[in-house]
Design a protein around this ligand. Structure first.
Ligand code: HEM
Length: 116
């Protein structure tokens, strides 16, 4: 089961690369890549926490205040990315929405790595 968990960590890191890389490459517009990255972070993150909480042999003990903070930030990232992408498709991109999504995604990388 360790391998499956680690595989989801890989997907989680690739999702992070998509949302942050998609932001860097396409700003001030929201790219399709960024939206898919934001969705992937919510799905893979929730799977990781579900596995960590339910499979004792993994030996994980998630830091819940940190996870809840990351979840709230990730929901905002996905929300801003979805709204920004919808606007970009209609040709009226709002740069602040792109920067809000990208900036909050980067904030979540800091939270992930620095909060123990
Ligand atoms: C924009 C959204 C997100 C970004 C950019 C992000 C980024 C990251 C990064 C860079 C790591 C690796 C950190 C390290 O190993 O030191 C990580 C780990 C993790 N993230 Fe996220 N994350 C996001 C959303 C979420 C969400 C929504 C959840 C859960 C609800 C979550 C749960 C986790 C967990 C459980 C780990 C630990 C994996 C392990 O066991 O090493 N993340 N995240």
């Amino acid at each position: 089961m360790d391998f499956v968990y680690d595989l989801f960590v890989v997907f989680h890191l690739l999702g992070m690369a998509a949302v942050v890389g998609g932001y860097a490459a396409a700003q001030p517009r929201v790219s399709e890549l960024m939206v898919w990255g934001a969705r992937a972070q919510l799905i893979t993150g929730i799977i990781l926490v579900g596995m960590a909480e339910s499979i004792d042999s993994l030996g994980k003990d998630p830091n819940m205040p940190k996870i809840i903070t990351k979840l709230v930030v990730a929901v905002l990232v996905a929300g801003f990315a979805e709204m920004g992408r919808a606007d970009a498709k209609r040709g009226k991109a709002l740069p602040w929405m792109t920067h809000a999504a990208g900036g909050l995604a980067i904030l979540n990388v800091f939270i992930a790595a620095l909060w123990h």
